[in-house]
Design a binder for this molecule. Sequence first.
Ligand code: FMN
Length: 193
Amino acid sequence: MEKDLSNYRKSYEKDELSKKNVPENPMELFQQWFYGFPKSRVVLLKRFTYEGFIFYTNYNSEKAKAIDQNPNVCISFFWHSAERQIIIKGKAEKIAENLSDGYFETRPRGSQLSAIISNQSEIVNSRNDLEDKLKELEKQYEGKEIPRPEHWGGLIVKPEEIEFWQGRANRLHDRIRYRLNEDYSWIIDRLAP
Ligand SMILES: Cc1cc2nc3c(=O)[nH]c(=O)nc-3n(C[C@H](O)[C@H](O)[C@H](O)COP(=O)(O)O)c2cc1C
């Protein structure tokens, strides 16, 4: 077997280094790179289709940056009263801009303005700063349509594995797992509780 790889070029575009943003001590940078930590948070599911599960967020947030680096995500749902859980593993990606526009238009004006002013997860001096900014923008956009900021939009999680859990007597719970096959059919297995 022979393969000519001389034209194989990989473009490296995942991140960048800058003297302004690195810590003074190189061991700290090593630690940051070495220990990538998973982080979970609650978001609101706004839509689901056969394609996947959509939520909206700030594209500069920690979660959006993490997804840029590694699109593999896991989401879970729990209904205490129904004794049910669903765990979904899949890949997240941005949805089409026109879909984000469509949803942004349906949001109350206050939420639209907050999406513009809030640099999600950045440190803020005080709550007053945020509220002042909100008041400023309220005046600026009085009587006007508020455009969706580019840094805000939807992410869709396209499922590759979905596990349904139903609580049963004697802790002998039911667990049914679907795994996406290469031909896009689903392989269904029962798992031990
Ligand atoms: C009930 C509830 C619903 C939330 N819904 C959303 C949401 O739909 N989108 C969102 O970006 N953050 C939502 N949040 C806030 C996130 O949990 C998180 O704090 C925020 O997105 C910042 O995340 P980051 O770590 O990615 O920067 C919600 C929090 C709670 C408690």
